[in-house]
Ligand binder design. Sequence first.
Ligand code: SF4
Ligand code: SF4
Length: 151
Amino acid sequence: MLRFACQPGCTRCCEQRGWVWLSENDVSKAAAFLGLEQADFEARYVVRTARRIRLRKPRAKQCHFLDEGAGCSIHPAKPTQCRLFPFWPELVENRNAWKGTATYCPGIGKGPLIQIGAALEIDDEMHNAYPEQYPVPNRNKNLPPGKNSSA
Ligand code: SF4
Ligand code: SF4
C-alpha cells in the first residue's frame, strides 16, 4: 500500500526537470480552458514530434503555466501526467523509484493509505493517455526510475 496526499501550496513536481507530455484530449482541454483556438494554443505552447506531443518549455522555468506563488494557472485543465502525479507507471511499479520521488514530493508518505490496486487503476490512466510511452502494463516488471523523461 502507498500513502499520499498532495500538500497545499506545493509546486515541487512542476519545478522538476522533464517534459510535460500531452494526450490529444489534454491539448483540447487546455486550449478550451484558456479560451484559445486549438491551433493558437498549439502554436504558443505545444511541440509535436512524429509520435508524441509535449508542452513547449520556456527558458527561465520548467512550465509556461507555473505561476510562482499561485501554482498551476490551468489547474482545472492540467495535463494527465500532472493530474496523476505521482501515480506514474515508473513510480507506482517500482518501490525504489517511489521512495526516491519522496525526496522532492512532500505528499508521499502522508495522507490516507492507498491500496496498490487503486494506485494501479490510476496508473492505467497514464497507459491510456500515453500509449507510445507506456504501451503494455506489465505488473511484474521493474521499470527503471526516472522523471517523465529526458529534459
Ligand atoms: S510535489 Fe507532491 S505534494 Fe507537491 S504538488 Fe507535487 S504531488 Fe503535490
Ligand atoms: S501544466 Fe500545470 S501542473 Fe503541469 S507542470 Fe505545468 S504548472 Fe505544473
